[in-house]
Ligand binder design. Structure first.
Ligand code: SF4
Length: 351
């Protein structure tokens, strides 16, 4: 069967041969809670005969998502605690997130914003909210970088993107515009001349942080899409999530990092999986993560080394959690320092 449109329902997953009939009842329950989308490019990559297929694991819903654990939380990285106006998250002095849209081309089953994205999510900022968001950015001259995230900002039309970026053009203290996106991998044809021109419409330095988790995502088409961005003067960095059953293997992770570097995407962040609801089947321990990351050293070039980080639950920001940056305080318990030097217990108490 040729798949030409995104798969968005349990019925469509069944028609595409991506789920078994016996799982439908449980997956209907998952679908009531969390959005589903698999692009044709990703559906084509899935090996239907491989029950451990790493692409299916990322995008095809699983009954395990119905299991919630006590430490999980709807807003695992504490966006709401740092949102002064709708659509803005201001966690660090020199940068803000601008969440213009809460729609994605794919819905990752481990998503840290899974309670906010999708058709039942927070939607798209209306014109009044966009104006308030720009006023906020304009009013704080410490804001050096604006990070468009969401949702995936590259689902917006080139015209919408241009409108947003032209607003940033007039704000002198903003020097960097960064986009967090999965589009170059999951829908590479979308990266065309019109979209690239729109991304550059602010006249600022533009970064695209590409989210990919397994080397097979870096297809010929995805690499060509990244090449179009880089050739246009856009700097690319990577972000990946360390996921059980996807990339929790030093050889797979090394191959992923090398694929990024070959594609002119500098490895940047490797995230420890967040405490998002219904995602415990993806989580590994910090000790397991540290061992995998440590094994990359010496195995592959320094260019290929990502920084292993934890978003501290509660909105305290990112902490590097390589072996030297985190202190074990008990069995399965750690103390991690935020960027102010304040220590936090992980997992949080009383969750
Ligand atoms: S693309 Fe990002 S925001 Fe969207 S579902 Fe995946 S992880 Fe979540």
């Amino acid at each position: 069967m040729t798949i030409t449109r995104p798969i968005k329902t349990v019925d469509e997953l069944a028609d595409a041969g991506l789920i078994a009939d016996r799982d439908r009842e449980a997956l209907d329950a998952v679908a009531e809670r969390y959005a589903i989308a698999v692009t044709p490019d990703m559906a084509r990559l899935i090996d239907r005969d491989d029950v451990n297929d790493p692409i299916a694991r990322q995008f095809v819903p699983d009954a395990a998502e119905l299991l919630m654990t006590p430490e999980e939380r709807a807003d695992p990285i504490g966006d709401h605690a740092h949102s002064p106006v709708e659509g803005i998250v201001h966690r660090y002095p020199d940068r803000v997130l601008l969440k213009a849209v809460h729609v994605c081309p794919v819905y990752c089953r481990f998503c840290f914003r899974r309670e906010m994205v999708g058709p039942q999510g927070l939607g798209t900022l209306d014109p009044a909210a966009m104006t308030a968001a720009f006023d906020y950015i304009r009013g704080d001259d410490a804001i050096w970088e604006v990070i468009l995230t969401g949702g995936d900002p590259l689902v917006l039309s080139p015209r919408r993107l241009r409108d947003i970026l032209e607003q940033l053009a007039d704000i002198d203290h903003v020097k960097i515009v960064r986009f967090h996106s999965r589009v170059p991998v999951v829908d590479p044809d979308r990266i065309d001349a019109a979209l690239i021109e729109a991304l550059k419409a602010s006249g600022k330095t533009v970064y695209v942080a590409l989210h990919a988790n397994h080397p097979c995502e870096l297809t010929t088409e995805a690499r060509a899409a990244c090449a179009r961005l880089v050739d246009a003067g856009i700097v690319m960095v990577s972000q990946s999530v360390l996921l059980r059953g996807v990339n929790d293997d030093p050889a797979v992770l090394a191959e992923l990092m090398k694929a990024f570097v070959e594609t002119r995407v500098k490895p940047y962040y490797l995230h420890h999986p967040d405490l998002a609801p219904g995602t415990s089947h993806f989580r590994l321990s910090i000790e397991e993560g540290q061992a995998i990351v440590a094994s990359l050293r010496g195995r592959i070039s320094g260019l290929c080394q990502p920084t292993y980080i934890l978003d501290i639950p509660g909105g305290y920001g990112k902490a590097e959690i390589g072996e030297s940056s985190i202190r074990k305080t008990g069995e399965g318990c750690y103390s991690v320092s935020d960027y102010n030097g304040q220590e936090h217990i992980y997992p949080p108490r009383g969750a």
